[in-house]
Design a protein around this ligand. Structure first.
Ligand SMILES: Cc1ncc(COP(=O)(O)O)c(C=O)c1O
Length: 390
């Protein structure tokens, strides 16, 4: 019996077709795309083709794409770039985001507060859906940036981004709207025009592409300024020699994700629904976190908390049983604090400590799910009996 990997929200195994697309950029076309001679031009051609491809997939123009070192950099650049550009135009210093964003957004906004900006962190309901009435109250004439994630990395909640954009713009037409689509890309429609956003972040490694590469979509004429300085790469919006192999891999991964989206969604949804409906039947006192309605969460996401058991112990026992799982976000594993997402959703901190996230992938099989359904109830029962009566 091999290992079962159920942490696709943390990262995904690179698709062999993506790796194949990247290899020539590491072996033959390794030139610097800023060089004028042949080697450079070969790399430039690959870079331009990748930019055109991802722009087409997003219904965007190539000049609206800036490649970054991943989701974190894209989120930082989006929010900082827009916040400073808006402030320089005298439009205000107020940023609105949600309490359930990834730390790449939350910590960026917190840093901006330390630098003199003001921020509002919108509450969410029990499902993790942003409170749109609170958004309407929060956005005012001084609001410059609104950032609402497309889908949550811990509990899979799909946010009403298009509606949030309409509400924010009705209150202040000059507001710049960003969405962190790192988890949603390839899973649901994230076309910027459909969502109505000005800025959108994507990371390669969440869609079977390489790590350390991502992109920021910047709608034409959006008030935005660079946050990285040096060379004139990316039309002076992101200095630094481009990660050509990574970018080619990102583009190949996005193309495959878009082409195979329906099949991947149907597959992961079928397997995930088994977890969603069968695990609570087999394990007493399982509290599903995130939307109970499977349509309102990412198709591959299952998350829950078990009463009277330590989450970390469940993860270790699963690992011993050759099943890779997570407590929520990879970034909070090992942290003593319960997840900020679960606590924002009103889940008791004690219960939030016993969280489990299983995210299935395109390579997950029915047999994998059978094994999880057979293994996990015993693990939880054993840990509960060790903990003694409560
Ligand atoms: C929603 C979300 N945003 C941003 C990131 C950060 O992306 P990266 O790991 O590429 O920096 C992640 C990664 O877990 C994520 O899930």
């Amino acid at each position: 019996m091999g290992r079962i990997y159920l942490d696709h929200a943390a990262t995904t195994p690179p698709d062999p077709r993506v790796v194949e697309a990247m290899i020539p950029m590491l072996t033959t076309h390794w030139g610097n795309p800023s060089s004028i001679y042949l080697e450079g031009q070969e790399a430039r051609r690959a870079l331009d083709a990748a930019r055109k491809l991802v722009a087409d997939l997003l219904g965007a123009q190539p000049k609206e794409i800036v490649f970054t070192s991943g989701g974190t950099e894209a989120d930082n650049a989006a929010i900082r770039g827009a916040a400073f550009a808006q402030r320089d135009r005298g439009r205000g210093d107020h940023i609105v985001t949600t309490q359930v964003e990834h730390h790449a957004v939350l910590h960026t906004v917190e840093q901006l507060e330390r630098e003199g900006f003001r921020a509002t962190y919108l509450p969410v309901d029990r499902d993790g859906t942003v409170d749109l009435a609170a958004l309407e109250d929060a956005v005012g004439p001084e609001t410059t940036v609104v950032s609402v994630m497309t889908a949550n990395n811990e509990v899979g909640t799909i946010q009403p981004v298009a509606e949030a954009v309409r509400i924010a713009r009705a209150r202040n037409p000059k507001v710049v709207v960003h969405t962190d689509a790192v988890q949603a890309a390839g899973a649901i429609d994230i076309t910027p025009a459909a969502l109505g956003v000005d800025l959108l972040s994507i990371a390669g490694h969440k869609l079977y592409g390489p790590k350390g590469v991502g992109l920021l979509y910047i709608k034409n004429r959006t008030p935005w300024q660079p946050t990285m300085f040096g060379g004139s790469q990316e039309k002076e919006r992101r200095a630094g020699t481009e990660n050509v192999a990574g970018i080619v891999g990102l583009a190949a991964a996005m193309k495959l994700a878009w082409d195979e989206s329906a099949a991947r969604t149907a597959h992961t949804r079928r397997l995930r629904d088994r977890l969603l409906f069968e695990l609570p039947e087999r394990i007493p006192d399982t509290v599903i976190t995130g939307p109970a309605n499977p349509d309102r969460r990412l198709a591959n996401n299952f998350s829950c908390c078990f009463r009277n058991v330590e989450g970390e112990s469940v993860l270790l026992a699963l690992d011993m049983a050759d099943i890779a799982a997570s407590s929520g976000s990879a970034c909070t594993t090992g942290a003593l604090e319960p997840s900020h997402v679960l606590t924002a959703m009103g889940i008791d901190p004690d219960l939030a400590h016993a969280s489990l996230r299983l995210t299935v992938g395109k390579g997950t099989t029915e047999a994998d799910i059978d094994r999880v359904l057979a293994t996990l109830p015993d693990i939880v029962a054993r840990l509960r009996s060790l903990a003694g009566p409560v």
